[in-house]
Design a protein around this ligand. Structure first.
Ligand SMILES: [Fe+2]
Length: 372
């Protein structure tokens, strides 16, 4: 099983993981064979990548999830409802927000050994909702690593889930624009933290610090952010965490103007942004929770052989278990074998293959349904 861009989908491939919309509707179920009609439909609804089966690795259930599919969908639906409620001048259901944040915290605390895997596939339209849920999960995992207590986790979780609620006052056209923005348009977008704060302050049952997460999530550690150009410890610690989670998750998403970065690239980028954009401590805590080479990625080892990551070691995120399937000349090996990189000190991952390289390598290896 591997994740491939919708661009590279070919009729005959088989879906490995069900794709849902944010309302929980099944867009394409696991086990279905891709047809030209499905490919067209996926493009139409803006799904940019799909997990497909391959002959080398067929255990989608092996991908651990920090949060169950059920909680993820419930939370996404709630965020969507919250945005819709405000659009139609209704009040936010803060009690429901608090309940889902509580249940996410419980689930994360009971899955402490699990690394964050990006397992969901999203469409452009639903970007904000999926993104809000991921930012909430990533922020809470970071805070758990930093030793936060329940009360702080709760305040942070509410703020993280609703950090972009101020975008409700911006036009959809502006938010989804794929061309470069004019400086006036930038100024408008930069208002959303203040709008979010104004909205959340009208609720007595939203903690003040959660509202500050919305206000401060675009401030920068070096003081060059907005709206108030706060620097270093002037920025509330919750907002420092959410700022990292926000950028990290945005890099992993396919956007109308660019495809998603790989996990490895995204981790490198946010690590480089440490000290300028972000507090280094918050970056380190977030990165310690990430499966740097997620299950299903195709990697080249320092030996020149290529294989698929089939399992991760939570204590050694850069040393997963790799199923080696191609030799150093790119030929398929007669028999694949697994190597546990925690046990082989001299071998390391030289690079993660790009989507194009993977497609070339796997060419002609679309499995027949009978083989699966
Ligand atoms: Fe934002």
């Amino acid at each position: 099983m591997r994740r491939i861009s919708t661009r590279y989908l070919q009729p005959g491939m088989i879906v490995a993981r069900t794709i849902y919309s944010s309302t929980g509707k099944v867009l394409l179920a696991a086990g279905m064979r891709i047809t030209p009609k499905y490919i067209k439909r996926l493009h139409e609804v803006g799904v940019a990548s799909v997990y497909v089966k391959d002959e080398f690795f067929d255990e989608p259930e092996k991908i651990p999830d920090v949060l169950s599919e059920k909680s993820r969908l419930e939370t996404t639906r709630l965020v969507k409802e919250s945005f819709l409620a405000l659009e139609t001048n209704q009040r936010l259901n803060i009690r429901a927000v608090k309940e889902v944040v509580d249940s996410i915290i419980d689930e994360l605390l009971s899955n402490r050994e699990v690394l964050f895997h990006l397992a969901d596939i999203r469409s452009y339209d639903d970007y904000t909702f999926f993104h809000s849920v991921n930012v909430c999960i990533l922020s809470l995992m970071t805070a758990i690593t930093l030793g936060y207590n329940q009360l702080k986790l709760k305040e942070l979780g509410i703020g993280a889930l609703l950090h972009d609620i101020g975008k409700i006052r911006l036009s959809k056209k502006l938010l989804n624009k794929s061309e470069e923005l004019s400086s006036e348009e930038y100024q408008l977008i930069r208002k959303h933290p203040e709008y979010g704060y104004e909205i959340l302050r009208t609720y007595d049952d939203v903690p003040l610090l959660s509202a500050h997460v919305s206000l401060q999530h675009h401030e920068r550690w070096d003081g060059k952010g907005y709206p108030r150009r706060l620097a270093g410890e002037q920025i509330h610690e919750y907002a420092r965490i959410v700022a990292v989670a926000d950028v990290y998750d945005a890099l992993l998403a396919d956007r109308p103007y660019r495809p998603a970065y790989s996990v490895n690239q995204a981790v490198t980028i946010i690590t480089r942004m440490s000290n300028t954009y972000f507090q280094p401590r918050a970056v380190a805590a977030l990165v310690s929770n990430i499966a740097v080479f997620p299950i299903g990625s195709v990697v080249m080892l320092s030996t020149g052989q290529t294989g698929i990551v089939v399992d991760v070691n939570s204590n050694y995120p850069t040393r997963p278990i790799v199923k080696v399937v191609f030799d150093q000349y790119g030929n398929k090996m007669p028999k694949s074998h697994e190597v546990d990189l925690t046990r082989l000190n001299t071998v390391f991952i030289a690079k993660v293959l790009s989507e194009e390289e993977v497609c070339k390598l796997f060419k002609g290896s679309i499995p027949e349904a009978a083989d699966l």
